[in-house]
Write a protein of this length. Structure first.
Length: 104
DNA sequence: CCACTGACGAGTG
DNA sequence: GCACTCGCCAGTG
């Protein structure tokens, strides 16, 4: 299945447990796409609103929420959803990956 | 077909 | 910690 690259990405994202976060590179690696972190971002960006995937659990390697091209306040929504699952942000607005990063 | 852009990562200074 | 560069792939004009 060379054409369906996003399927692996979606599968991994759906696999992230609540209360944990994963980085784009991490998701890409587990999806069989090492180094293709951009593809993960693109795949999530292509997700429709109301998708069953916990896209809010995916953050960048710095533990920060990446802004999307489309929604203003989209980062706020992500932060609220994460805090709802028990994720906490530090004074710098970042997530302590050492504590909340998903480790399979 | 070519150029630019985009939810990124890692390395360098 | 910040700014810049390169690599990587897909979508759009």
């Amino acid at each position: 299945m060379t054409g369906n690259r996003f399927a692996g990405i979606y599968a991994v994202v759906a696999r992230i447990p609540a209360g944990c976060v994963a980085t784009y590179g991490q998701v890409a690696r587990h999806a069989g796409l090492p180094g293709r972190a951009r593809l993960v971002g693109y795949a999530l960006n292509a997700l429709p609103h109301g998708s069953p995937l916990p896209w809010h659990r995916v953050v960048n390697a710095q533990g920060r929420i990446s802004l999307r091209s489309d929604c203003g306040g989209g980062d706020e929504l992500q932060r609220v959803r994460l805090e709802c699952e028990g994720i906490v942000f530090d004074s710098h607005g970042r997530i302590p990956l050492a504590r909340f990063q998903w480790r399979p």
